[in-house]
Structure formats: structure tokens, C-alpha cells
Design a protein around this ligand. Structure first.
Ligand SMILES: Cc1cc2nc3c(=O)[nH]c(=O)nc-3n(C[C@H](O)[C@H](O)[C@H](O)COP(=O)(O)OP(=O)(O)OC[C@H]3O[C@@H](n4cnc5c(N)ncnc54)[C@H](O)[C@@H]3O)c2cc1C
Length: 849
């Protein structure tokens, strides 16, 4: 009885703390009164009394008495943190501080405010934007022949280039006063989505000038003169931009670049002016081979002290016309058979005046900050749109194909094995679109949520990879044989491009998402780190003490929350609505609290060495990422008006995300830095064990069923890609065949039931005629069966070519000599070495190939 009262009392106390922000003192007072009553009522034996009073009084006094706290807690902790706090490079600091914090902070801190989520408005298209999507974008999609682009030309045809320029496709982010379209992030995303669902090569071509590049940088950091000159030219395509950051030695670690600029006097337009002498070697640059203006990142040095005392001035960005003497440009890389323009470029002793620097001379050294700030928006728009488009195309066309294609006299989409793949395609597409929309709502409301955009870039491209793989499996040989009628092969080929660019995925997951999230979203961590770096010791101690007290309260509250939500199977968590959907909100609250406790403990234990624990960091990224997607799914469902027919998609996605969250937390606990503590935390946050499950077979069946027949849920899921009704277009043929096959199915079923199967040696049409003669089917039914058969054949057939037609005579073999470095690139490398004193390793690598 005593034990029950004690446990009950402690649970009520924990519940109170979990649901309400109870101040320390009040909490201490309530606990003291409770223990006193219990002691006076004779509830404790001497031993248990001593035990409970000790675990209450020791931390209570330590925290409650300032002198004691300073002596035994604040100072020792601060000393340890000062010793282990890793040095942070300027580029790291800029990357961490870039952008803003948004909804992810709620999920991070263990108590997501669902009212706040509900208050966000998912964006909608303006009339003008809608007209653009229904007009020029649809027209462009009709013009696109991806096979012609990727196989015959390896480029967009001239009429498409002209169409893109005429209709200002390259000026979506440029304000109207400069001649651009001034579209919202939503419209920008929808345009990229529609085009890349049709052709990745065309999509990337449109995406790049509108993403991180000269226009974006000019808008934020350019001088008025630069904006007035360049923006109108970029908007209408008179100038084609590219942005060159990456080089042989600087990939993910862009700060390691060897590209140099020396401050000096030089000649520009006949006059001697102060400027920069540049040497660089870049590669992988999209639109580089045809660019007329090159956005370039390099490191500035001032050895002669012409502009100050500092010798190394840091990363800087400039816009340089590509016809400037000394620039070598024009060769192409061949990225996985995609036809968008991409290639290396180099510069040898290229002199530019100071006003080529974006924003002018004052912006020397601010290039890295410019890039990371701009990246935090761009990566939330372009590639996530490409991923969603791939998901929508796979959902629509794989579903249709799975119904049309029959094996063992059954549509393959009705086999359970295929259903599993279809369900993943449907659920993950819903997730991608939901994540995309929630992120766009942040960007369109003026935020640049750097952690969320990193999450979206990573997961939308990884989900795309999964969805395309599933789609390929369902298509079998139909997806493998390339040709004009293969609508999935090129997307499959180009998946790794999305994985690699705008932050390579492994690095984004294991370093950026949680690394940046922890410092940006944690309410006290940054304050503690800042306090630890102060030189004035009393100030440092006071600031640290204040942050630490808040931190302890935050931890205790989250701990109580995680335990109470865990032990009640999340029933004691709050949800903004009742029923099954409410359960998902409650589960998310539980996981959010569990995440907050676990991540806090890991950060406290590992301190600065956490930076090297990328496996743990990656799992925390998974927890945060999938919580974000689960909340985005619930938000999308609510915004769409909770349509009943979407329920299977919503439930599949929510269950899948929650299961991933639980799995990642489980893996963190298995690899907890202190094993025994990991066990205690597991008991505290999962007191009922790992109770979440993947979507079950019946739910998967319901999702797969939505995809293999026309219907409102399928239409809503794939709203955003271009739908063709052209019988000459393979996707138009698919839609047509799906309708015809479904109409024919009841007749086929009846014939099968009556054992009226097509005899082995009889052709299809004569067989139909014989059935008609025997009055076993009507003329109309024969017509339906024939139409379905003809339409099916048009869909299941793959392309074949005369042998000679496939022989490559484009001269790629000869051109491959460009991997031996061109003379200007060699010269640039030698100059870079002279300035930086560093040896470039790229030559060695090329030789080693
Ligand atoms: C088609 C294409 C188009 C591109 N367009 C442009 C462009 O227009 N402009 C431009 O400047 N660049 C462009 N890039 C370059 C792109 O941004 C880089 O490829 C990217 O930054 C990765 O660099 P890398 O390829 O050298 O890979 P590496 O940096 O060598 O990375 C290799 C692998 O190691 C991982 N890795 C690296 N460091 C870490 C770490 N600390 N922790 C965990 N994992 C790590 C990466 O995630 C990756 O998986 C393009 C690339 C491609 C392929």
C-alpha cells in the first residue's frame, strides 16, 4: 500500500512536470511537502527514508543554494567544457549560424506545440503563377522529348532554349522590376517539379539559374549597379549563369579550395585599376560549358598589403564574364547520361577589377557566409521538388503499369509482393509532398530554415531513390530497356546526382542536420558554449550558471514527459484532435520528448567529441527528420480538409515515420556512449518496450489499391506533374490503357469463370470473333477486349534499334583526353601553389586513374 502511494505520488509529480512548466522552487517545495507527509505518516522504513530524502536533498541543495552550486557544479562543469570545447573554424561557424530556426525547434525541444503547427498556412499559388503553370510550363512539357534530349542531342533543342528564354524561365526568382517573374518559392518548386517529372535534364537546366547562383547572390549581396546590369540579362536569358565553387581538391569541404586571387593593380578597359589576379581550377559546374557569366568562389590574398594589414582575406565571390582573357571554358562532363550542360573550367592569371566582386570590395572575405545563407533556402526548393516529381511520376505510372501488366492471368499490382513496393511508392510520395509543402510555407513566409532545408534535401532525395528503385522493380525489363518509350530509366540513372549535389547526402545526414540542429534548436547549448568562450571569468561563470540552470530544468521536464508519455503508451500526451489521427500526434509528442532526453544526455556525455560521432549524429538526424515528415503529413492532411480517401496514405506515412523514429532511437540506445546509462534511458523512455510497428499488410494493400486505379486520392497524390493525353506520348498511352484495361476486366473475369480461355494456336481477334459467333460475348464486349489488348501492347512493348543505331559516334572516347589537365589548368594550379604554399593533389589523382 505504502509503495503504491509513493509510486502514485511520484507519478502525479512527474505528470505535473511533464504537462506544465513547473518552476524549480515550486517543484522542490511540492516534493518536500509530499516526502514530509509520507515520512510523518510512517510510510518509510529508516533505510528508504534516508534513500529518498538523500536523492531529493543532495541535488535540491546543490541547485538551490547559489554558492554551493557555483562551487560544486558550475565551476567544475565549466572547466571541463572549456577543456573539451572543440575549436570552430570560421566556415563551420558561418555554416552553423546560417538561416533561421522554425518548426524543427519544437520537435527538437521535446514539447511540440501543435497549435503552432496548425497556425502555419500552407502556401497557395497566385492566379498569375497558376496561369504560368497551366500555360508556358505545360507547353514546354509538350515540347520535351527526353529521349531526343538525352540520346540524340545531349542538349536541349534550340527551340526549347529559345522558349525558356522568351518565357523568362530563368528569371523565376528575379523581381519584376528587373524583368523577372518574381515567383513565390511554391511556384518555383511547382515549375521545377512539372518539368523534371518530364525530363531531369530540362528540369536541372531551369533549376540552376533559379537556385544558388548569380541571381540569388546578387539579390541579397550585389551592388545596385550589378543588379541593374545583370538581373534583367539573367531574367531573359541574354546571360546564362553558372556558379563555380567545387574543384578537384574542394568537394564537400569547399573551404579547402586552392583557387586564389591576389590583390594587385592591373589593366581593365585600358585603365590601371586595383583588382584581383585570379587562378582557379573548377569542375562539375552546371551550365558552365555554355555560361556567359561565371559566378566564382576563390580565396583572396593581399601579400603586398594593398588594402590593409591582413594577408589572407578569405573566401570571396565574384561575377566574371566568361570571355575575360585567361578563362578556359567549354568542355563537358557527362553526368550519368543526363544532358544538362556541366563541365570544368579554369582561369590562369585572370585580372578582374574590384567591382566584379559581388557587392564590391567591401565583400572580400564574406563569400562563404553568402553561400551558406543562400544555400539554406535553395536546397529546400529545387532538389526536393525533383524528388517529389519522381515520386509522383512513379506513383502514377507504376500504379498504372502494375494494373495493365498481367502475369499468371492477374495484374501484377494485385500480387502481395508488388503491393509492398506500390505501398512504399504511394506513402513515400505523400511524405515527400507533405515535407515539401511545409518547408515552402516557411520559405514563403520569409524564413530560411537551414536545418529543415537540409532535412528536406536529404530525405526527399533518399525517398526518391527508394521510390525509383521500387518502380524499376515493378517494371522489370520494361524499365531497363532504354528508348523513347522508357519513362523511368533516365530518372533511375540520375538519382545519384540529386544525392550528391547541394550537400552530399552522407555528409548532410551525419554532420549537418543534427550538428547544426543541436546548436541552433537547443534552447541552452549555444548559450553554454558562448559562456564557456568568454575570457572574463566571473562573467563566464555567471552566464554559464544561468544557462545551466535552465538546461537542468529543461532536461528534468523532458525526462518526466518522456517517461509519463512512454508509460501511458502516449495516452497522457496532448493532441489537437481526437481519434486515430490524434493518436499520431500523441505518439509524436512522446517521441519528441524521448529524442530531447536522449540527445541531451549524449551531448552532455560526449561534449566536443560528439563532432566525430557521425553514426550517432546520423541516427539523431533520422529521428528529427522523420518527426518532421510525420508532422508535415498530418499538417497536409488537415490542410487538404482530411479527405477520407487519403486516409490510407496518411496512416501509412505516419506509421512509417514513427517506426523509423523509434528504430533510430533504439539504435542510439544500443550504441549509447555509457552502456549502463543507455539501459536506464531505455527503461525510462520505452517503459512498455518498442511498441510501434510498420504499416501492416492490410494498410499496404489499401495504399497499393489507390495507385492501380483512377480515383481522387491518386489524382491528389500526383497533382503537380504534367499529364499527357497524347497517344503519341508513352505516358498518355499509359493513362489510356489503364482506363481500357479496367473496363475490360469484368468481361475477362466472366470468361475466366466460364473457362473460356484463348486457345493456344488461335490469334486474339479470331478468338474474339468465335466467342461473338457463339454468343458468349457481344460485339461491344469484343470491342472493349480488343481495345484493351491493343492499348496494353502499346504499353508493355519496349524499344529496339538497328545495331548500328546504338554505336556511339559522338567522339566521347577521343574527347576523354580532357581528364589530362589542359595547359591553362596546369598553370593555374602552379600559381595557386605559389600563393597558398599548398600542394594540390589533383594532378596525382588524375595520373593514378
Ligand atoms: C552533376 C553535378 C552537378 C554539380 N553542379 C555544381 C555546380 O554547379 N557548382 C558547383 O560548385 N559544384 C557543383 N557540383 C559539385 C557538388 O556540389 C559536389 O560534387 C559535392 O559537393 C560533393 O563533392 P565531391 O563530389 O567532391 O565528393 P566528396 O567531397 O569527395 O565526398 C565523397 C563522399 O564523402 C562524403 N563525405 C565527405 N566529407 C564527409 C564528412 N565529413 N562526413 C561524412 N561524409 C563525408 C560525402 O557525403 C560523399 O558521400 C556538381 C556535382 C555534380 C555531380
Amino acid at each position: 500500500m505504502n509503495v503504491l502511494v509513493l509510486v502514485g505520488g511520484l507519478l502525479v509529480l512527474a505528470f505535473t512536470v511533464a504537462r506544465h512548466q513547473v518552476p524549480f522552487r515550486t517543484l522542490g517545495l511540492i516534493t518536500a511537502v509530499f516526502l514530509a507527509i509520507f515520512t510523518l505518516a510512517g510510510g518509510f522504513s529508516f533505510f528508504w527514508g534516508l534513500f529518498f530524502w538523500s536523492i531529493f536533498l543532495v541535488p535540491g541543495l546543490l541547485l538551490g543554494l547559489p554558492q554551493l552550486r557555483l562551487q560544486f557544479l558550475t565551476r567544475p562543469l565549466l572547466k571541463r567544457i572549456r577543456a573539451v570545447l572543440p575549436p570552430m573554424s570560421d566556415t563551420e561557424r558561418d555554416a552553423i549560424e546560417a538561416g533561421t530556426v522554425w518548426w524543427e525547434a519544437e520537435l527538437f525541444r521535446g514539447a511540440p506545440d501543435w497549435k503552432l503547427l496548425q497556425s502555419y498556412q500552407l502556401p497557395t499559388l497566385s492566379k498569375e503563377e497558376k496561369a504560368f503553370l497551366d500555360g508556358p510550363v505545360d507547353e514546354l512539357c509538350k515540347m520535351i522529348d527526353d529521349w531526343d534530349i538525352t540520346h540524340n542531342r545531349l542538349d536541349l533543342p534550340p527551340e526549347i532554349w529559345a522558349f525558356l528564354k522568351q518565357n523568362l524561365f530563368f528569371g523565376m526568382i528575379i523581381p519584376k522590376r528587373y524583368g523577372g517573374l518574381e515567383f513565390s518559392a511554391l511556384a518555383h518548386s511547382c515549375v521545377v517539379m512539372k518539368i523534371s517529372g518530364r525530363s531531369i535534364s530540362a528540369g536541372v537546366t531551369v533549376m540552376v539559374p533559379n537556385s544558388l547562383g548569380p541571381a540569388e547572390l546578387l539579390l541579397h549581396y550585389g551592388s545596385e549597379q550589378q543588379r541593374d546590369y545583370y538581373l534583367p540579362r539573367l531574367a531573359d536569358g541574354r546571360d546564362i549563369p553558372c556558379f563555380a565553387l567545387t574543384g578537384p581538391d574542394a568537394g564537400s569541404d569547399a573551404g579547402a579550395m586552392n583557387d586564389t586571387a591576389v590583390v594587385c593593380m592591373g589593366k581593365h578597359q585600358g585603365k590601371r585599376v586595383l583588382g584581383l589576379l585570379l587562378n582557379w581550377e573548377k569542375r562539375y559546374i552546371t551550365l558552365g560549358p555554355i555560361a556567359t557569366v561565371l559566378g566564382l568562389a576563390f580565396k583572396v590574398f593581399d601579400p603586398d598589403g594593398l588594402i590593409g594589414d591582413q594577408r589572407e582575406l578569405g573566401i570571396t565571390c565574384a561575377l566574371i564574364p566568361t570571355d575575360t582573357p585567361g578563362i578556359t571554358i567549354g568542355n563537358r562532363h557527362f553526368p550519368l547520361n543526363a544532358a544538362f550542360q556541366n563541365g570544368p573550367n579554369s582561369g590562369s592569371d585572370v585580372f578582374i577589377p574590384m567591382d566584379y566582386i559581388i557587392g564590391g570590395q567591401k565583400n572580400i572575405g564574406t563569400g562563404w557566409r553568402m553561400l551558406v545563407e543562400s544555400l539554406s533556402v535553395g536546397r529546400g526548393i529545387s532538389l526536393p521538388a525533383v524528388g517529389t516529381a519522381a515520386g509522383m511520376s512513379c506513383a502514377r505510372y507504376t500504379g498504372a503499369y502494375a494494373r495493365i501488366r498481367k502475369q499468371f492471368n492477374t495484374s501484377i499490382g494485385k500480387f502481395e509482393g508488388v503491393e509492398e513496393a506500390l505501398a512504399r511508392i504511394g506513402g513515400m510520395t505523400y511524405m515527400m509532398d507533405a515535407g515539401r509543402l511545409l518547408t515552402l510555407s516557411a520559405i514563403d513566409s520569409g524564413e530560411s530554415p537551414s536545418v529543415i532545408t537540409a532535412i528536406l534535401k536529404y530525405y526527399n532525395t533518399e525517398l526518391m531513390r527508394q521510390v525509383i528503385n521500387d518502380s524499376m522493380d515493378v517494371h522489370g525489363g520494361r524499365g531497363i530497356c532504354m528508348g523513347p518509350s522508357n519513362y523511368i530509366g533516365r530518372a533511375y540513372q540520375t538519382v545519384p546526382i540529386g544525392i550528391t549535389v547541394e550537400g552530399a547526402n552522407i555528409l548532410t545526414r551525419t554532420m549537418i542536420i543534427f550538428g547544426q540542429g543541436a546548436i541552433r534548436c537547443h534552447p541552452f547549448l549555444a548559450k553554454e558554449m558562448e559562456a564557456a568562450t568568454l575570457d572574463d571569468i566571473p562573467r563566464s561563470e555567471a552566464a554559464f550558471d544561468s544557462a545551466m540552470r535552465g538546461h537542468i530544468g529543461y532536461f528534468v521536464t523532458n525526462f518526466c514527459r518522456a517517461f509519463i508519455y512512454g508509460i501511458s503508451g502516449s495516452h497522457l500526451a496532448q493532441a489537437p484532435q481526437p481519434g486515430r489521427i490524434g493518436d499520431y500526434y500523441r505518439r509524436l509528442s512522446q517521441m519528441s520528448a524521448a529524442f530531447a532526453v536522449t540527445s541531451d544526455l549524449v551531448l552532455m556525455i560526449l561534449g566536443g567529441s560528439f563532432k566525430r560521432k557521425e553514426k550517432l549524429s546520423g541516427r539523431f538526424a533520422d529521428v528529427l527528420g522523420y518527426m518532421f515528415y510525420a508532422s508535415a503529413v498530418l499538417k497536409k492532411f488537415e490542410t487538404d480538409g482530411q479527405p477520407r480517401s487519403d486516409m490510407p496514405l496518411v496512416e501509412w506515412s505516419a506509421k512509417y515515420c514513427l517506426y523509423q523514429v523509434q528504430g533510430a532511437l533504439d539504435e542510439i540506445l544500443r550504441n549509447f556512449p555509457i552502456k549502463w546509462l543507455g539501459i536506464i534511458v531505455r527503461i525510462a523512455i520505452f517503459p512498455l518496450g518498442l511498441s510501434l510497428r510498420l504499416p501492416n499488410d492490410s494498410l499496404s494493400h489499401r495504399v497499393a489499391s489507390l495507385l492501380i486505379k483512377p480515383g481522387e486520392a491518386r489524382d491528389r497524390l500526383t497533382q503537380g506533374i504534367f499529364l499527357s493525353d497524347d497517344p503519341a506520348d508513352i505516358t498518355g498511352r499509359l493513362e489510356d490503357a489503364l482506363d481500357r484495361v479496367i473496363i475490360a476486366e469484368p468481361i475477362e473475369r466472366r470468361l475466366r469463370h466460364d473457362h473460356l480461355l484463348q486457345p493456344g494456336l488461335t490469334e486474339f481477334e479470331p478468338w474474339l470473333e468465335s466467342l461473338q459467333k457463339a454468343k458468349q460475348i457481344t460485339a461491344e464486349e469484343a470491342g472493349i477486349l480488343l481495345a484493351a489488348q491493343v492499348a496494353t501492347r502499346k504499353v508493355i512493348m519496349v524499344d529496339d534499334f538497328p545495331a548500328q543505331a546504338l554505336v556511339n559516334n559522338t567522339g566521347v572516347k577521343k574527347a576523354a583526353v580532357s581528364s589530362k589537365k589542359s595547359p591553362p589548368a596546369k598553370k593555374a594550379q602552379a600559381r595557386n601553389k605559389a600563393v597558398t604554399g599548398k600542394k594540390s593533389t589533383s594532378r596525382k589523382r588524375v595520373r593514378g586513374k
